[in-house]
Write a protein that binds this ligand. Sequence first.
Ligand code: ZN
Length: 309
Amino acid sequence: MKEYTLMFKPVFKERIWGGSRLHPKGHIGEAWIVSDHPEGKTPIINGVLSGKYLNEVMQTHQEWFSTLPLAKFPLLVKLLDADDDLSVQVHPSDEYAMINEHGVTGKTECWYIIDAKPGAEIILGHNAKNRREFLALARAQRWDELLVRVPVKAGDFFFIPSGTVHALGKGIFLLEVQQNSDTTYRIYDYDRVGLDGHKRALHIEKALDVIDFNTEKCHIEPCVVSKDNFVKTLLISSNYFTVEKWLVDSMHIFHSLKVFVLIYIVAGKGQLIYEDGFIQLTEGLSLMIPANMGEYSIQGSIEAIVCHI
Ligand code: ZN
């Protein structure tokens, strides 16, 4: 079967902190837009593979994903719409999760801010020198001293390796690219009670095991390449994923890679044209270009976030 561009049906997740941008129903906090995670798989909605999930296609058409064998689909792409502050949390590394979470993978993630209300902030990092100091400040509820707040605006990008203390703040709409994992240790939940009248569980001990106390912060300088009506900004290249921002103005020709590529249209209108068809590009659409699909072009005026392994 000839490779073609895949489209997906998102899975919506109700969350107490969710807003109404993803779904008119409201309180929808997350849309999983490309996912093969057991808790929300996005089916393919176009072409002969319509109705199939990524793991099914991986079994029969491994070459659509990578020239190297993959144990499972490695990425999970989500949109998050926060109407309220999310709990402060940290994710384990692969090594820690392997031993302590029944062999699942860890979670390194990154955020591209699509929209943010004035004054919106995230929590990213902490001020404790070691485990003891972290625990002392947390027990004393001195959160303002312990946690680092960062103001955000549309277009900002944040890399959040496993071990980084972080929280999404209210008024932020973002795209998240992450390892295909959902292992989270909650550190602080603003002492809120849930719909059931109970506070959600915290996981301080495990969190302290995985929090990074190395105060050296790496600063990532985005690398920009521009040619033939196309501007590509490399936002991050890590062990788990590479994320780029693409700006196409009028027309640019691309070649598929040796791995699959996921494209999310942040803004603009246009068409993606490949050998056997075309897809109308509109804001909010996500696509997968299979490995070795061949040449394709993007026409129109498009801003996209693109990721691959
Ligand atoms: Zn997270």
